[in-house]
Unconditional design. Structure first.
Length: 136
């Protein structure tokens, strides 16, 4: 399902890393949007984020029907903000799932599945003349 992945710049990664919890947006098969916060996630590399599904309901249904995801992050200190979009693999078995399950269990969370988020687009999300422009 991975299209053209892009690498996050160090600036974008830093802003996302500071965003706690991380808001993620999905849509169902009809386009109805859904946004939730996630607290258990990590960068796999500059192109991929691992998100642990501990309590997803609508989000899990959406990702299975429409495997697309968007996140937004804002750093109040640097006044930088980015929106990131891409495709996902929703897994409940395999090495990545085992890794996610271990992370969840260390926090006394269920670790029902893992979402592997493949980054495909990055946008400037700061107000002003460049708001909404694609940067990667």
């Amino acid at each position: 399902m991975v299209n053209n992945m892009v690498k996050l710049s160090p600036d974008v990664k830093e802003v996302i890393q500071k965003q706690k919890p991380l808001p993620i947006a999905t849509a169902d098969s009809t386009g109805k949007p859904n946004v939730v916060f996630v607290g258990t996630w990590k960068f796999i590399d500059d192109e991929t984020i691992m998100i642990v599904d501990n309590f997803f309901k609508k989000t899990a249904v959406n990702l299975k029907a429409n495997p697309r995801l968007s996140i937004v992050a804002y750093d109040s200190e640097s006044k930088q903000s980015y929106q990131v979009k891409g495709s996902v693999d929703y897994l409940d078995e395999g090495d990545r799932f085992d890794e996610a399950k271990a992370i969840a269990q260390a926090k006394n969370l269920p670790g029902k599945a893992v979402v592997i988020f493949h980054i495909e687009e990055v946008y400037d999300a700061v107000y002003g003349k460049h708001a909404g422009e694609q940067i990667a």
